[in-house]
Design a protein. Structure first.
Lengths: 304, 321, 301
């Protein structure tokens, strides 16, 4: 518990830095006034809006105002939708979470068996086949994979719908698209982690007990191999969410990612900021979660 | 000899596949283990003693294989067993403890889990029964608070305690043969003595044979009935423990004896055998010990000596005796 | 199906087949490095000699020959080997020109990222304390925002252009270098010979250039090479989302974004540029892996 609080406290500077980065990007480099007013507005009108929005205050005052808004969850109104930015984002969140979780499941289903298998059959053609597949998965841009999946499974064979989010069938292609890239990285990690563990003494002990090889590998070795994999995969949360931006655009998946790409193209900064903070929140949350999981998986840490 | 042979090893040869082809580390080892006896296998690291034990257990690393010879355990030809039959033997009929108690236990499972696992596997017991048996085993190996220790993880125990746990696991299915590979090497001197006493006492109360692998003649004197001295993948001398200490014949054995410090002697320099065990990929011709042997002559570089039976129980591989 | 057959071969105890298999495997393995070098070499040639190699001006539209299929298909002509896109532009020429952007942006961004990462990593590792705290927390913050989102925001604010793109790609990719350089610096700093050099009054600059940099450089080259692969994909992704390369410049990602619209009728518009990205990235990864094995044995898995 004490540890958890410590870790939560550690995230505060990270949040402050993120807010600074976003603040600098949005307030200092752009001129929001010109975005808010029509092109025909007079200089006097611009000046009065600038004054009323506090843009003539010193920068640190602006930052403090901005932060007090952020802390209260007020990111301003969306230019396009004319409603609270955070509310729009939250409305789209479930679709994105659905996609992210489905992709993670796809990735795990691919990576765990293949990673273990290639470690067990080290330096065989099967291993070469799997590691080669993992490299290919890394080299393929996900949007191209998505388009190719559409071409093959929607256009040629017409098994899955091209885009949208109406049924579970709609989820399949986006989840495979996003899951493959993650799986490629995960397979490689599990393989190297397993290779290290399989050489340890306790694996030999497990064999000397007369356990089946499947038990030795999948229980004794894998439980240990999982520890570094979980930690490194937590860092992939950021990649996973980044991936939703592209995957949602390819498949017109009505989630936060698609909204965000549109908002960026329209310079709808309120939405962009709200989404950035929310995403950073999720990434940090998942890192904390991974840390807890790490503790759960590795009993050596708890008591030290 | 009235006692029956539990394990017979005949001309065992083990090799490993490496980048540069096969390397043979055990080159025709013959010995047997009698029921109820403690046999010590002595040798420096690289003599092939650990590999021999892994071969008996059928758990050689994946690049190693027994390519010649016979291993017979209770009239079963071990080389002809299916994987499944071998598994049924391992941990039940033949069990093993290892040198490094710090790393031999799985760090992420409790002691209880690791004890129960073997018992459930071989005795087909229910979890509760196995747990009970686990506690009894821990008590047997002298662990206080056995019930509590069942819920502990390996890192929470000291090295000596972990080795006791390893012994408890190894003995939990009443094996006929316990192979102990340097069981005390990694432990403090006082703990070493405790573990040896424990093993001796346990043996007194059961009919388990022990094959103990060590480089430490002190351990041999402490526990063994009979000794085999190995050098470069071969048996160079075999004798009952008293006979060997009284009358070592092979120059290598003599060298090993001379390198033990004696309490009453005041010596400036401890004797040590010059050089190291030859690389298995590059064995000398003739007697493998000749480059390090103080008695070596021209003959020794040519003739490969046979194991000569000096009397009923004493055999030695040297042309000089 | 192949997999099952290989399995049987594996369990075959015949040592001769086993040995042959092992040799074949090692040959294949070393061949990936070779393949990487060949691919990178050809892509570089393509980029350098694009004006000579490309049969058409990549931006030249031709309404009459819109969406022509590749030459081997019905309706395709040998004039447009890989077909044409929705504006009648020659896809082969566009792929050849696209390699320029990919390589240029990739290499330039890696130089930016490497320079920032090296300097900040050295400062954090060598001077420690408050510098280390600020730099490492910045690293954490950047890692908490998905790279692609971070770049989208910057590009949205600054407007997309090639120099901005390079700066943004470099400005978000330096964290890997910084982490590696920092941890390497920390370990080298504590070694006896560095301590004694310090004790006899060697200047920081000298210690860094003489003791730390040589220890870092091979890992640095490996990371940089593999980073080129990541950046090529990122550039393509940004261009695909409309915030990277802008027309009339040619980028593989941009071509894919056009191709996405016509996937139902004209598969070739999206397929070939994607293939170009995949092959190029694969080549760079193979090259990087090979370099890692050669230069930096401790980084091997």
């Amino acid at each position: 518990m004490k540890y958890l609080i410590q870790n939560l406290l550690k995230t505060i500077p990270v949040f402050i830095l993120i807010s600074l980065i976003v603040f600098v990007l949005v307030r200092v480099t752009g001129d929001p006034v010109s975005l808010l007013l029509p092109e025909t507005a007079t200089d006097a009108e611009r000046e009065s809006l600038r004054e009323s929005l506090g843009f003539n205050d010193p920068l640190y005052m602006q930052y403090l105002h901005y932060m007090s808004d952020v802390v209260r969850g007020d990111f301003g109104e969306s230019l396009r939708y004319n409603t609270d930015a955070l509310a729009i984002i939250l409305e789209r969140l479930p679709a994105t979470l659905e996609l992210a979780i489905a992709s993670m499941i796809v990735a795990i289903l691919i990576a765990i068996p293949l990673g273990i298998l290639s470690a067990m059959k080290r330096n065989t053609f099967l291993d070469l086949f799997i590691t080669g597949g993992a490299v290919l998965g890394k080299a393929m841009p996900s949007f191209w994979l998505g388009i190719m999946l559409i071409l093959l499974l929607s256009v040629v064979f017409q098994i899955f719908p091209v885009s949208g989010r109406d049924s579970l069938m709609h989820l399949v292609l986006p989840a495979i698209t996003l899951g493959t890239g993650i799986a490629a990285e995960m397979t490689r990690l599990i393989r190297s982690s397993m290779l290290e563990i399989l050489g340890q003494d306790f694996v030999r002990t497990a064999r000397s007990k007369g356990l089946r090889e499947a038990v030795v590998v999948n229980i004794h070795a894998f439980r240990n191999a999982l520890i570094p994999v979980v930690t490194i995969m937590a860092l992939q949360t950021s990649t996973l969410i980044g991936g939703t931006l592209i995957t949602e655009t390819v498949f017109a998946w009505p989630g936060m990612g698609q909204l965000l790409v549109q908002a960026v193209n329209l310079r709808d900064m309120a939405v962009v900021q709200a989404a950035t903070f929310l995403i950073a929140f999720f990434v940090i949350l998942s890192n904390l979660l991974a840390d807890l999981l790490y503790r759960l998986l590795d009993p050596r840490i708890k008591y030290n | 000899m009235a006692a029956t042979k539990l394990m017979e090893v005949e001309d065992l040869k083990v090799r490993f596949k490496t980048e540069n082809g096969y390397v043979s580390t055990v080159n025709g080892v013959t010995f047997s283990i009698l029921e109820g006896e403690t046999l010590a296998i002595v040798g420096e690291s690289g003599s092939g003693k650990s590999v021999t034990s892994l071969a008996l257990m059928g758990i050689l690393p994946s690049n190693g294989e027994v390519y010649e010879g016979e291993m017979t355990f209770k009239d079963k030809d071990l080389r002809k067993l299916s994987k499944k039959e071998y598994r049924g033997l391992r941990g039940k009929e033949i069990s093993m403890i290892f040198q490094e108690p710090m790393t031999a236990l799985n760090p992420v499972f409790t002691i209880g889990f690791q004890l129960r696992e073997t018992i459930i596997l071989h005795f087909k017991m229910k979890k509760e029964q196995a747990h009970q048996r686990g506690i009894e085993m821990l008590q047997l190996v002298g662990i206080p608070d056995a019930e509590k220790v069942m819920t502990r993880f390996p890192h929470q125990l000291s090295g000596g305690m972990r080795q006791r746990v390893m012994i408890a696991i190894a003995l939990s299915c009443n094996p006929s043969l316990l192979i102990a590979d340097e069981p005390t090497t990694a432990l403090d001197v006082t703990i070493q003595a405790q573990i040896l006493t424990l093993m001796r006492n346990l043996k007194k109360n059961s009919n388990t044979s022990i094959m103990i692998i060590t480089h430490d003649l002190g351990v041999v004197a402490e526990i063994a009935d009979r000794v085999i001295v190995m050098y470069a993948g071969e048996v160079v001398e075999e004798a009952p423990v008293y006979e060997l200490f009284e009358n070592p014949m092979h120059p290598y054995t003599k060298g090993l004896m001379a390198s033990i410090p004696k309490v009453h002697d005041v010596v400036d320099d401890l004797y040590s055998i010059e050089g190291t065990v030859p690389n298995p990929a590059d064995m000398p011709a003739g007697c493998k010990f000749h480059p390090r042997c103080p008695l070596a002559s021209a003959e020794c570089t040519k003739i490969r000596p046979e194991l000569k039976q000096m009397n009923e129980q004493h055999a030695v591989r040297c042309i000089k005796v | 199906m192949n997999v099952v057959i290989e399995e049987k071969v594996t369990s075959n105890p015949n040592p001769v087949t086993k040995r042959m298999k092992k040799q074949a495997f090692r040959l294949l393995k070393s061949k990936t490095g070779m393949l990487g070098i060949i691919i990178v070499f050809f892509v570089t040639l393509m980029a350098v000699f694009a004006p000579v190699l490309a049969p058409f001006d990549p931006a030249k539209t031709n309404v009459v020959s819109r969406l022509l299929p590749p030459f081997w298909m019905e309706g395709g002509t040998t004039e447009y080997l890989l077909g044409t896109d929705n504006l009648g532009r020659d896809i082969l020429s566009r792929i050849i020109y696209g390699s320029r952007i990919s390589l240029m942006v990739g290499i330039a961004a890696v130089i930016v990222a490497g320079a920032i990462g090296m300097i900040l990593g050295l400062i954090a590792g060598y001077y420690g304390k408050i510098f280390d705290f600020i730099i490492m927390r910045t690293v954490d913050s950047i890692l908490a925002i998905p790279t692609i989102l971070f770049m989208l925001i910057v590009l949205a604010v600054l407007g997309p252009s090639i120099p901005t793109l390079i700066l943004v790609l470099g400005g978000t990719s330096w964290v890997t270098y910084a982490r590696m350089v920092r941890s390497e610096t920390l370990s080298v700093k504590e070694r006896d010979y560095v301590r004694s050099a310090k004790a006899i009054g060697a200047k920081d600059f000298r210690i860094i250039t003489k003791y730390i940099l040589p220890n870092v450089i091979s890992s640095f080259i490996v990371i940089a090479t593999l980073n080129v692969a990541t950046i090529i994909i990122l550039e393509a992704s940004l261009s695909f989302l409309g915030l990277g390369i802008q027309p009339p410049d040619v980028s593989w990602g941009l071509m894919l974004s056009d191709g996405r619209q016509y996937i139902a009728t004209s598969w070739w518009v999206a397929t070939f540029p994607g293939l170009a990205i995949t092959i190029t990235v694969l080549g760079v990864i193979f090259l990087g892996d090979w370099l890692r094995d050669e230069l930096d044995p401790k980084m091997k898995d």
